[in-house]
Design a protein around this ligand. Structure first.
Ligand code: NAD
Ligand code: MG
Length: 298
């Protein structure tokens, strides 16, 4: 049997064949242009009916962590609505194929989450196209490395907040009226929320905001039977990191300072999202699940 997420392996040696190299891309970055492709679990994720019949919306679903989550959700039995930027169509097509191969429905809604109208249309399309909605994953993000505060533009600060925080607010606000008891919201935060890199001031601040928003919303929605949780990744090999997320010269050492000594792959994040989306986490809400190679967290 081919190795899957249940196959015992030495986590320090997993993916030792992938050596990340210095590279950079314009725009949001494409997985198809990564010199070393990320693993979204295409060949390894094995579903077992944990999300049978569920209806999920995932932002940033074309690549990286969102793409791995989309594949896993579909293989666990969920239909998926994918949000991503129009220029990422090429990456999105590949993930749509994977979802269809799993026998599930994939609806694409390309657009810009910094536009509140788009966020509302995204939720409406999901509700109409899937016949309801019960899993919302806010995962899209902007991350641009800037060394000095003096060089951090107001425009970037604003766009980072719009993409990472406002979009989550707009999407949650539009989605909640449709969510029935048992539904779940999962927001993607980061280790940057508690260990901010000096060059990621705006980004790290948005990630701390996501944690606070999620812990508050979890309490607000608990009486309605809706759970809200967070996944906080450490260094994961995705296009984001090559599209201005890190200085290119730092990419060869990316993730090596974690206790496990290597960057993570998107495929290693998917099981955390599946757990929080499925009823097996029924007594878990307001929680942050850190998937970061073993770095201590508060
Ligand atoms: P990624 O580039 O593959 O995914 C991010 C996605 O965000 C893009 O694919 C894009 O579709 C979407 N996006 C960005 N701006 C958008 C906009 N204006 N409108 C619509 N969509 C937009 O990178 P990733 O690393 O998989 O990122 C996924 C999440 O993981 C993000 O929330 C990121 O902050 C978080 N994260 C990543 C890392 C890491 O090391 N890669 C670490 C911690 C947290
Ligand atoms: Mg992308």
């Amino acid at each position: 049997m081919a190795p899957d997420q249940y196959t015992m392996q030495d986590p320090t040696q997993q993916y030792s064949d992938i050596d990340t190299t210095a590279q950079s891309q314009a725009g949001p970055g494409l997985d198809s242009r990564l010199k070393e492709h990320a693993d979204h679990g295409e060949d390894s994720y094995r579903g077992s009916g944990r999300l049978t019949g569920r209806k999920a919306l995932i932002t940033g679903a074309d690549s990286g962590i969102g793409a791995a989550v989309a594949i896993a959700f579909a293989r666990e039995g969920a239909d998926v609505v994918l949000s991503y930027l129009p220029e990422e169509e090429e990456d999105a097509r590949w993930i749509v194929e994977m979802i269809k191969d799993a026998g599930r429905k994939a609806l694409t809604v390309p657009g810009d989450v910094t536009d509140p109208e788009y966020c509302r249309r995204l939720v409406d399309t999901a509700v109409e196209g899937l016949g309801g909605l019960d899993i919302v994953v806010n995962n899209a993000a902007k991350q641009q490395f800037v060394d000095k505060l003096e060089d951090l533009s107001e425009e970037q600060f604003d766009e980072t907040f719009k993409t990472n925080v406002y979009a989550m607010f707009w999407i949650c606000k539009a989605a909640v009226p449709h969510l029935t008891p048992g539904s779940t919201i999962i927001n993607t935060s980061s280790i940057q929320a508690y260990q901010p890199s000096p060059g990621l001031l705006d980004y790290a601040t948005t990630k701390a905001s996501i944690n606070a928003f999620s812990k508050g919303l979890a309490q607000q929605l608990a009486p309605r039977g809706i759970r809200v949780n967070v996944v906080a990744p450490g260094p994961i090999w995705t296009p984001l990191q090559t599209a201005g997320g890190q200085p290119p010269e730092e990419l060869p050492e990316f993730g090596e300072s974690t206790p496990l000594g290597r960057p993570g792959q998107p495929a290693e994040l998917a099981p955390a999202f599946v757990f929080l989306a499925s009823p097996e986490s029924s007594y878990v809400s307001g929680e942050t699940l850190n998937v970061n190679g073993g770095s201590p967290t508060p």
